[in-house]
Each structure stands twice: as C-alpha cells, then as structure tokens.
Ligand binder design. Sequence first.
Ligand SMILES: [Mg+2]
Length: 380
Amino acid sequence: MPEAVVDRAAPTWQPTAVLVVSQRPRPGLGRIPSMFEALGVPAVALQAGQIGGSLPPPFHGAPHEVAVLAIDPESARAAWLAGAGLVAGLGSGLHGAALRQAGAELLLEAPSEIGSGSLLLAYAEKFANLPPPALGAWRGRPVALMFDFDGTLAPLPQRPADGVLPAAMRERLVRLLARHPLAVVSGRALADLATRLALPAAYLGGNHGLELRAADYDPEPLPQPAGWQPLLDAVHERLAGLPAEHPGCVVEHKGLTLAVHYRQVAAPAVAALRRAVVRAVAGFDGLLVETGRQVLEIRPAIDCDKGTAVTRLHERMQRLLGPCTPVFFGDDLADEAAFRAVRRAGGCGVLIADTGRPTAADYRLDSPEALLAALDALLV
Ligand SMILES: [Mg+2]
C-alpha cells in the first residue's frame, strides 16, 4: 500500500464555470481554459474590463457559483467585488502577495498546477467549511446589523401568514438596537414586515427592497418608487380569476409586487398556470415575472433587489451615524444580492443554513436558533 494516499473524492460542489480573468491580453492565456475543461468544468478567458460591478452574462445572476482564476491583482479585485464564489490568483512571490491583497483566496504558482484540481477542490471545501462568525470581535465596534426575516430571524413558516418573530429574538434585537444601527430586509410587504417585527428603531426594507422605511430616529423619509400602484392594481384584477381556473393557487397583492403562490397546485397543472400568468402580464409594460420557490413574483422592471436595499440603508445609516461596517444575515437565494452588496461596502455576509452551499457569504450559522445564541456575543 502506498503510504500517502490523497483523498481525491469528487467535490460536493463544483463551479458552473471557471473564468480566467486578465487585465490585458497575455500570451498563453487562451490555453488555460482548456486545462480546466480537461477536468470537466466549462471555462472561459475574459478581460477584467468585462467585469464591472458584476460578472458578465450569463454568469451575473449567480456569481457565487463561479470560480475565478485571476492573472493580475486588478482582475482579482474586480472578481471579488463582483461576488465570485472563489477567487484564486496565478502567481507567486511579490506578484502572489499582491494577488492575495486584492482578494485572491488561494494561489496557483503556475498553470501546470491546474491539472491537480486544487482550485476545484478549494471551491468545494470553502463552502463545506464556512466558519461561524466571531461576533465577539465586533463588540463595541461600529457595525451595522442587517437581517433577512423568514428563515433568519424567524423560523421558516409553513405558510407566509404564519411567520412569527420569537420573543427571545425580539428581546435580543431590542438590546442590539441600543448599540448598533439595525435593518431588516425581507420579501414581505413593508407593512406586513413592520407589524411582525414591531421594532420602530429598525430600518426596514420590504418587497425585496422596493419599499424602504427609515428608523424612527431618522427624520428624513427614504425615497420610494412611485406610480406603480395603478398598474399593479390592474394586473391584480386581471389575475383575480386564476384561483377558480387553477385550483390551489393563491394570488397575493403585496403593494408594489404581486405573487402567485402554487405550492398547493398539482404538479402537472403548474405549467398551465405559469403560462396563464405570463400571458396576463404580457399585456402590461414595465413589469417582470420572476420565479421563486413555488411562487411567481410580478414586479416593476427596475434595478432593485435586496442588494440595492442594503446599499441604500447602509448609506443612510452612515450619513446619520458615521462610518459603520455592514454585516448581513440571510438564508435564501434572494439574499445573495445583499451578501454581494455588503462585500462591496467592506463588510461581510453570514449564511443561515444547516448545510453549506455556494454563496457570497463569508460565514455560516446553522439556524435562527444558532443566530440567537451567536448574537449574545455582541451583548456581553
Ligand atoms: Mg429568508
């Protein structure tokens, strides 16, 4: 038996693609993607200029599912800010140090190392081993605490109407509000979220950021997208007949968005329901239909998500209270935009999930209960 058998079991997670990114054309660059493809992963070479605030299509929707091999520090920085799941650098010595400084999480010293699969292994292991946040280190420091609601502060409810903030969590949030600016950003309508939280001193984002509310100590209201209500009312009226034609579906009017829930619709009937929704909405300009978990969301086609909400709320907090580092806690895919936003603002994300998964968050806690216990480190 050989003495040192390296376990090369297939990684649990594999990036959807490896992007090889360089600031400028380089000889030999074009050969690198094929070295990843030999390992069974699609790969493409890009110039850093093609990465602005986000990765280019088709990668921009889920950058955390992509690994990047950066040739130079500018590329490592751009990929990190765009929310790439893993950023590796190609280089050693001073160049390697500069790549690390710019955000590279591991270094390959030469292209010949690609064949060992170490970059792919690092991607899989990163998400299997996301550490819990050391919240105690932030005690007394200017940190803005920002949370998702369902599945993060509150256990995930069977039905949206059943979501309840546990009393122990409310008690912690009240005490945290005395020390930190705090925000909650949810897919729920703002009024619904405000009622369930009952924390007037918290900043709020409802409808995935379409609705924002300032904390009670902030005298200036936050801008709201205006003029959409009549359009959404008209679409809602158009959709009113759906439950009769598609038994089990629920049409919800959330003020600035509409939701068609189909958790109770028989699986073979879902496709017809989706077609009916798309057909109904197609008659109106300026709206998007997005797919969520067992739900279709109909929303204004404007640049707005949990990431823009976190950015706006953080900017307001800083203007009012001075510099602070944002930390966002969330459990769902919609929270990835918020993880990317706090990363760009110099903060970090904490995924609430009982197992790891590819994410732009830096840390993981198992459950809302684990979050409750972790928050105590900020209060002692
Ligand atoms: Mg959630």
